[in-house]
Design a protein around this ligand. Structure first.
Ligand SMILES: Cc1cc2nc3c(=O)[nH]c(=O)nc-3n(C[C@H](O)[C@H](O)[C@H](O)COP(=O)(O)O)c2cc1C
Length: 211
């Protein structure tokens, strides 16, 4: 699988089977995820691997009651040692710690997808509740909870994304290129195909009902 295929394969999974995840696979994912870049190579990320059923339930409640999370057999809770980064980078430390950990998180999501596992980046949670549940010190930030497991749902085939020509500027902010060769009409073509599929389906239904 090449990188683009892997990027397409990864999606936010919200239905998991109860099949356990091998500790060796978890170890490999965490190990390789730490190849992420970080400011000054400080590597401020920390991971708590949570398998305990009750704890997973509590984490799902702390995540604004996203109860689907608890079905995933593993939760990876991603924390960042912000103070450590601030020592080196002062006011920029907070931003750098967040960016470092975001790169680490994305690596986890991709490595999991590469191993046939599914994930979801969960950011909606009550920090205090998560910290209390897992005894996380006050000076450590929690950035994400990643449910990890085997999917029990269909891949959403294609992901909804803006066309890159909308958010890409050249030489100065707001300056878009008209050159169509830069961003081929790939997306528009697939949108047109989808639309025409819809139209044909609706036409089929109309014919069925008119009989
Ligand atoms: C910072 C961040 C926070 C997110 N928080 C949640 C969340 O709390 N619950 C959830 O179901 N998905 C969450 N997501 C996943 C997004 O909804 C998802 O990535 C987006 O809809 C695109 O879908 P895809 O991941 O399948 O490509 C979060 C993603 C990010 C990057």
């Amino acid at each position: 699988m090449n990188l683009v295929e892997l990027l397409q394969k990864r999606y936010s999974c919200r239905k998991y089977s109860d099949k356990d995840v091998d500790d060796k696979d978890i170890g490999k994912i965490i190990n390789h995820a730490s190849l992420a870049p970080s400011a000054g190579n400080l590597q401020p990320w920390q991971v708590i691997v949570v398998k305990d059923k009750l704890k997973r339930y509590s984490l799902s409640v702390a995540s604004l009651s996203q109860t689907w999370m608890k079905e995933a057999p593993v939760h990876l809770v991603i924390c960042g040692n912000v103070n450590y980064v601030k020592k080196f980078y002062k006011v920029k430390g907070d931003l750098y710690a967040k960016q470092d950990c975001a790169a680490f998180i994305e690596n986890i999501l991709l490595l999991a997808a590469d191993s046939g596992l599914s994930t979801c980046w969960v950011g909606a949670f009550d920090d205090a509740m998560v910290k209390r549940e897992l005894s996380i010190p006050e000076n450590v930030d929690v950035y994400a909870i990643i449910p990890l497991g085997y999917s029990n749902e269909k891949h959403p085939n294609h992901k909804k994304r803006y066309d890159p020509s909308i958010f890409t500027f050249f030489e100065k902010y707001g300056n878009r290129k008209q050159d169509k060769s830069l961003f081929p009409l790939e997306k528009q073509v697939s949108k047109i195909k989808d639309k025409s599929k819809d139209i044909f389906n609706k036409a089929d239904e109309l014919v069925k009902h008119s009989k």
